[in-house]
Design a protein around this ligand. Structure first.
Ligand SMILES: Cc1cc2nc3c(=O)[nH]c(=O)nc-3n(C[C@H](O)[C@H](O)[C@H](O)COP(=O)(O)OP(=O)(O)OC[C@H]3O[C@@H](n4cnc5c(N)ncnc54)[C@H](O)[C@@H]3O)c2cc1C
Length: 282
């Protein structure tokens, strides 16, 4: 009897990652409103980037003080995140979470809107001084179907409630732009001053309330008349305010908790590094 050699089991082919690491540089900077700095990035590889729109999140990497570019592993390193974590935090690229405001992959342009909040945070400080040629890195999707967005109204949604502050205004702008115009929307957006209001794509039954007092959304909601029917709520911004809004919607308004998507985009007194350390960052 002859032994037939069994072919070696084919090694499993790893699924291609839906995300990639991109090398970017600033093309243009525009002050959209007093609080909002719009940075348009270019990069050799941007034709590969994709977005689901809505609240599509990305990880930006900015240079540490004194560095000309963010210190990052090579994009071809499949374990690049672990490699980045192993670098000295004093010199490695500074990681922060942002939203794709617009992506024009064909033109090779990625736009990110930064809410300016002074020099305390490295990302805000960087955006306030950003100029053409400045270097950055970004970890972003390469397929529109990816897990890094949360605005997913379930079937049977009759109307949408949005609540945001400047950090979540880019996401709200995208969400409104993508919703069918016939969907009723009620939005509450906190901004520092009336000059910070933006023109947002709005259907005939979209009602946007601009608030200029920080943390005032829960109070404003308490007296608001809401539409009939089954809602879906998307709430993002400062963590304490976000939690208060969710509590109001679920406990006082009887929203089904599975129909309230809430994300603390930042927390007063804590940097994103602090949120990463406690596992609370997105
Ligand atoms: C999914 C997701 C998407 C996001 N998209 C955007 C976006 O498109 N645009 C955007 O501007 N932000 C966005 N953010 C919020 C942004 O990641 C945080 O504001 C981040 O902390 C900014 O980093 P920093 O280096 O400026 O400040 P950090 O170093 O993280 O914090 C320094 C200090 O500044 C305070 N701080 C942080 N952010 C703010 C703020 N917005 N206003 C006032 N004080 C603040 C902190 O409480 C802390 O005391 C997003 C966050 C998440 C989770």
């Amino acid at each position: 009897m002859t032994e037939t050699a069994t072919p070696a089991a084919a090694a499993p082919v790893p699924a291609p990652s839906p995300f990639g690491l991109f090398d970017l540089h600033v093309l243009r900077v525009e002050r959209v409103t007093p609080v909002m700095i719009r940075v348009v990035f270019g990069g050799p590889d941007l034709a590969r980037m994709a977005t689901a729109g809505r609240d599509q999140r990305i990880k930006l990497f900015l240079p540490s003080p004194g560095q000309p570019a963010p210190r990052l592993p090579d994009a071809s390193d499949s374990g690049w995140y672990a490699t980045w974590q192993s670098y000295d935090p004093a010199t490695r690229g500074i990681m922060r979470t942002y939203t794709i405001r617009t992506l024009d992959a064909a033109a090779g342009e990625l736009t990110v809107d930064f809410a300016a909040h002074g020099d305390e945070g490295p990302a805000s400080r960087w955006a306030l001084r950003a100029a053409p040629g400045d270097r950055a890195g970004v970890f972003a999707p390469v397929t529109a179907e990816n897990q890094a967005f949360e605005f997913r109204p379930p079937a049977g949604t009759d109307w949408i409630l949005l609540a945001a502050d400047p950090s979540a205004l880019p996401a709200v702008a995208n969400i409104l732009a993508q919703l069918p115009p016939s969907v009723p929307v009620r939005a509450w957006i906190e901004v520092p001053s009336t000059d910070d209001r933006q023109e947002l794509g709005a259907g005939p039954d979209t009602d946007i309330t601009w608030l200029t007092a920080t943390g005032s959304t829960p109070e404003a909601l308490r007296t608001a008349a809401l539409p009939e029917g089954t809602p879906y709520a998307w709430v993002a911004g400062e963590s304490t305010t976000v939690k208060a809004i969710r509590r109001h919607l679920v406990q006082e308004r009887g929203f089904d908790r599975t129909r309230v998507q809430f994300s603390g985009y930042w927390r007063r007194g804590t940097s994103e590094d602090g949120l990463q350390e406690t596992g609370e960052a997105a």
